[in-house]
Design a protein around this ligand. Structure first.
Ligand code: ADP
Ligand code: 5GP
Length: 197
């Protein structure tokens, strides 16, 4: 059985990376799609693990070679999902998680409507600003840009299949696990198993 693709979108600083790390520790079978980006590497990030850090020319070359399932510009940098690894993991029967912003999500669901989309929101805007500030990786100006972008992205949240509030990491991970499980309980998939397809 081919794996499914799950998109996680949500404001910068809401805790997507934190929650996904905890989820991946519990569900070792999941494949996290490592994106390419032109943004600088943050302290604590490793090339090839958190992102493939590329310069703009190399990113453009990957676009020209049709390497991306989707790509988008976000607050002054490019981000994109390399297609090959996603398809390889799905062919191996693994579920794939994409941590991508809203424009990328629209591109992927346009090509692959069966993709499951999940929006992660903070418990409040004040808490989002606190998390962005406490993370300490962005200048005050970048934080304001990310907050503005977050409010625009929030307007699209109703188009997602699921909505998770990251109040505590534990709650958010539990809900994500429930979503993954539910998506594998659809009649089409279960009947195919029984029919040996
Ligand atoms: P994102 O990947 O969405 O940009 P991060 O995972 O980098 O966000 O989290 C941003 C900051 O918020 C980090 O400092 C992280 O430790 C903190 N954080 C994440 N989830 C929670 C939570 N549920 N409660 C409190 N702080 C959190
Ligand atoms: P950050 O710079 O905080 O790591 O990520 C900024 C935003 O880019 C987040 O909303 C994240 O989901 C998004 N992002 C990360 N990788 C990709 C990608 O491959 N494609 C798209 N479209 N967005 C991405």
């Amino acid at each position: 059985m081919r794996g499914k693709t799950f998109i996680i979108s949500g404001p910068s600083g809401v805790g997507k990376s934190t929650v996904l790390q905890a989820l991946l520790e519990r569900r070792k079978d999941l494949y996290f799609s490592v994106s390419a980006t032109t943004r600088p590497c943050r302290p604590g990030e490793t090339d090839g693990v958190h992102y493939h850090f590329l310069d703009v020319d190399t990113f453009r070359a990957w676009i020209a070679k049709n390497e991306f399932l989707e790509y988008a510009e976000y607050v002054g940098n490019f981000y994109g999902t390399p297609k090959r690894y996603v398809d390889e993991a799905m062919d191996q029967g693994r579920d794939v998680i994409l941590d991508i912003e809203v424009q990328g999500a629209i591109q992927v669901t346009g090509q692959r409507p069966e993709t499951v989309t999940i929006f992660i929101a903070p418990p409040s805007w004040t808490e989002l600003e606190r998390r962005l500030t406490e993370r300490g990786t962005d200048s005050a100006e970048k934080i304001q840009k990310r907050l503005l972008r977050a409010k625009v992205e929030f307007q699209t949240a109703h188009t997602y299949d699921y909505f998770v509030i990251n109040d505590t990491v534990e709650n958010a991970v539990r809900e994500l696990e429930a979503i993954l499980t539910a998506e594998h309980c659809k009649p089409q998939e279960r009947m195919a198993i029984i029919n040996g397809q």
